[in-house]
Design a binder for this molecule. Sequence first.
Ligand code: FDA
Length: 502
Amino acid sequence: PLPEYSPAVVIGTGYGAAATALRLGEAGISTLMLEMGQLWQDPGPDGNVFCSMLKPDRRAMWFKQRTEAPLASFLWLDLANHDIDPYAGVLDRVNFGDMSVYLGRGVGGGSLVNGAMAVTPKRSYFEEILPRVDADEMYRRYFPRANAALGMNEVDRNWFETCRSYQYARVSRKSAEKAGFRTAFVPSVYDFEYLKREEAGTAERSALASEVIYGNNHGKRSLDRTYLAAALGTGRVTIQTLHEVREIIQQPDGSYTLVVRETDPYGAVLATRHVTTRHLFLGAGSLGSTELLLRARETGRLPRLPEAVGQGWGTNGNVMLGRANHAWDTTGSLQSGMPALGIDNWHDPVHPVFAEIAPVPAGLETWVSLYLAITKNRERGHFTYDPASDSAKLQWSAAQGQPSVDAAKALFDKINSANRTIYRHDLFGDTRPFENRFTYHPLGGLVLGEATDDYGRVKGYRNLYVTDGSLIPGSTGVNPFVTITALAERNIERVLAEDVRA
Ligand code: FDA
């Protein structure tokens, strides 16, 4: 049962939340984590905790009638998606008009569903986006700390060159190099030694069994196995699942009372409960934390919240595309679901792009090279509060996604022309070659130094903190979870010393 009081409460169990809870627990502070999703540990009827992309069931998605996979079609056929029963599944796609946001739901947040790429941003770009954060300290102390606790590892280069599961990446590398572009290896929190054993047939397959966006049954060091396991191990941290925080109320003594909705995995509300805390940490992700504070401001619960709440949101410039390979350039039927290589053209002065070479884990030859490009799109969206639905609505127009497409096109036009290849037009439901109507990397909404001070303390209120991706101003230039984790490590160290222990 939910206690009436906890000295510290962390909302969510994603990257920022998990790092924060571990450090609170280590400092001896009793900490309650509230997570609206499930704990993913019990096998379903098929013996697995998670379902695969090829045979999705209700475990795949958060209360949907049909799965909504990012590759909507193949040869214009809707092959990837299946009807499912609405259930508290692991991947959510929140649809706002011109932009849909994918996110993880469950103990571990995005770590349950993501591609495990653990990338530290280029220092010069980090300094550009967060100029008031001491980059020296970040690169010396907090990025290494985050990478170590996350279990980051690198692929064995010799194995990479000869294995079957990254043939698709080698084909993409060859075509990039032919156009004069460089590729870079991408570290991962998927255990590459395990992956090797999957290919050798000595371990049960996960990344090699088309498992990724609906969870991995093996091999992945998701937060429930790293930060959260360590947090629970302090004996000071507890996690309540299927508990969604709806409202934040401040008491006259400065403490915070949360209105929490307890549900079952079929969506029925079991109870509405209250828990009060002295120190409240928001780690519900860019959408979740921003909505909580926007609602609090707009309903008058926390009226002193600044104007910056709900501003400065971006997609990390995400755009997805596919190229058609020549018949002789087979990518293979066995493709690792965990990317290990990216095309690094971030130094381009006009169109910086870091394009992760993504798998098409269809289990058969597709002659497709797929990419998730991260571009430097300066457009920002914002959230408005909709009283009718009591929710935050993202304001982002299709036109704001165009700079991402322009940047990706500049790079891939060159790759296509050097290789005499073309774009695929059949992958995204209609004939568009570039898909920029979704993001995997929602960032911002409660930007560091604007909605909060330089350490994530919310302006206007004491003992109220933001820990997650909403602190980052819309872009990191690489996949974001290492940045989110390292920033959370930095901020909690300061907050523990100055606010909590004091
Ligand atoms: P995160 O979103 O992880 O966690 C928030 C948690 O809070 C969720 O568990 C949610 O259920 C919970 N919550 C929300 N509202 C709540 C409420 N009101 N009450 C209680 N709980 C609430 N990044 C990367 O670096 N490398 C990669 O390879 C990938 N790949 C990738 C693939 C896919 C398919 C996705 C969807 C995303 C990625 N990402 C990624 C992005 C990465 O996963 C993402 O940036 C982080 O998970 C964000 O971490 P946060 O701490 O911000 O919150």
